[in-house]
Design a protein around this ligand. Structure first.
Ligand code: A3P
Ligand code: MG
Ligand code: MG
Ligand code: MG
Length: 408
């Protein structure tokens, strides 16, 4: 009896131990799972936060450097603009280039190389002519070495001064990338609208970053456009041409909208968001085109405008100031109709403006309605002409462009 009792007791104790072990193991598993899941959750949260941070600050440094580089280069071009002698020479294709173009290109490339040394650069100008013309080289060097931003920290961010005149020539030639569909490539037009610059009209200092052929950052410095975004669209800058009330920088980062701010603003002053004006009545719309009849077919543009029902005459304006002007709603439509079958538009003439207009609510395509393709080299070899308009009416404009071109 006592033996049976003992056996029962032992059985009870060992099953108790067995269940306690199971319970212990179970608690251990729950604990381990809890620790793991909290880790997973927290690491997920960290990942989410850092993606959000990255999204809000994506290309922030590129934008800051690009704006400051354009601001500094525009200081140089403004000095030349106000001089009678602009040190103009003719390039191989007979188009003009000035000491302002060369100097601005040197300053911009030097700022980019100081911050993004492994990025490639496609720039309009090259130094070959300056290597054979020492007085011209020295004239540019005088300008370059004496053009600085007032803000010492900003000047340091751009890498400070270039060493000497020979270093300046090397720097100008670093804009010789062939472009393409891979990697980070900057496009520079140190003075877009050189003919306008020489005539006392509009011009623009243009800089854009493309990543894998897609424009991510665009900055346009327009020293002769009114600061006021609400000023009427006019290319007339008056005969006394002072800088009073003039000078604007347009910027855009893909997915982050477009802004404008005064060109003279030191550092990173907050930009004001800009947007294209909605077109309610085509008869009230205004369109802009090149001053130079050799750059865009003004006859065909006139027919298109008439067919669209536009009643106002075009505003003829040099340079990518046209893109900036329609992006801030000063004008509505930009028409660039090919003059010759063989001419290929250059990527530096359009990259910044293309992004700024699209980020302001516009659409930019060629005359066939295809988006501009910046991934095929230094030119827009796959496109013909440019049609930029508010996204809501762009299809309607392209339809008319095709009708008019079809009748040619
Ligand atoms: N036949 C042509 N068709 C279209 N654009 C041309 C052209 N010949 C030159 N261009 C480009 O037109 C740009 C000026 O455009 P716009 O007429 O809108 O002001 C010039 O830029 P640069 O002034 O930088 O050389 C140049 O690259
Ligand atoms: Mg140009
Ligand atoms: Mg140019
Ligand atoms: Mg040129």
């Amino acid at each position: 009896m006592t033996v049976d009792k003992n056996i029962n007791q032992q059985k009870k104790t060992s099953s108790h131990i067995f269940y306690s072990k199971i319970l212990f193991l179970f608690s251990l598993i729950v604990l381990i799972l809890a620790i793991f899941s909290s880790r997973i959750i927290s690491s997920f949260r960290v990942a989410t936060i850092s993606t959000q941070m990255m999204a809000s600050s994506q290309y922030a440094k590129e934008l800051e450097v690009a704006q400051l580089a354009v601001q500094r280069a525009a200081r140089l071009t403004k000095r030349v603009f106000h001089e009678k002698a602009k040190g103009t020479v003719s390039k191989d294709d007979k188009s003009p280039v000035t000491i302002g173009d060369f100097g601005a290109q040197a300053l911009i490339i030097s700022a980019l190389k100081a911050n993004f040394p492994s990025d490639e650069i496609v720039a309009e100008e090259e130094a070959a002519q300056l290597r054979e013309d020492t007085p011209l080289r020295d004239q540019i060097w005088e300008l370059v070495k004496s053009t600085k931003l007032d803000d010492e920290a900003a000047e340091q961010l751009l890498g400070g001064a270039i060493k000497d005149a020979d270093a300046m020539l090397e720097i100008i030639d670093q804009g010789n990338s062939q472009g393409g569909a891979k990697g980070r490539i900057w496009a520079i037009d140190p003075i877009d609208g050189t003919k306008g610059f020489l005539r006392g009209g509009q011009y623009a200092v243009c800089l854009a970053l493309m990543v894998d052929g897609d424009v991510k950052v665009g900055v346009l410095g327009c020293p002769n456009l009114p600061v006021d975004d609400a000023a009427p669209l006019t290319a007339d800058i008056g005969t006394n041409a002072t800088d009073e009330g003039r000078g604007v920088i347009f910027s855009a980062v893909q997915g982050q909208g477009a802004t404008s701010r005064p060109l003279g603003t030191a550092g990173l002053a907050e930009g004001k968001p800009i947007a294209m004006k909605p077109i309610t009545e085509m008869s009230n719309a205004s369109f802009c085109e090149s001053v130079e009849a050799g750059h865009s077919d003004q006859g065909v543009a006139g027919q298109i405008a008439q067919k669209l029902g536009i009643t106002k005459p075009s505003v003829r304006m040099d340079s990518q100031a046209k893109y900036g002007s329609i992006a801030r709603g000063a004008g509505d439509i930009y028409l660039r109709l090919p003059v010759s079958k063989s001419y290929q538009e250059k990527i530096w003439d359009h990259a910044a403006g293309d992004l700024i207009v699209r980020e302001a609510g516009g659409q930019v395509t060629d005359v066939n309605g295809n988006r501009l393709d910046f991934s095929v080299g230094r030119t827009l070899a796959k496109n013909k002409g440019v049609i930029a308009a508010p996204a809501t009416v762009h299809d309607q404009v392209i339809k008319v462009v095709q009708e008019v071109l079809g009748q040619q």
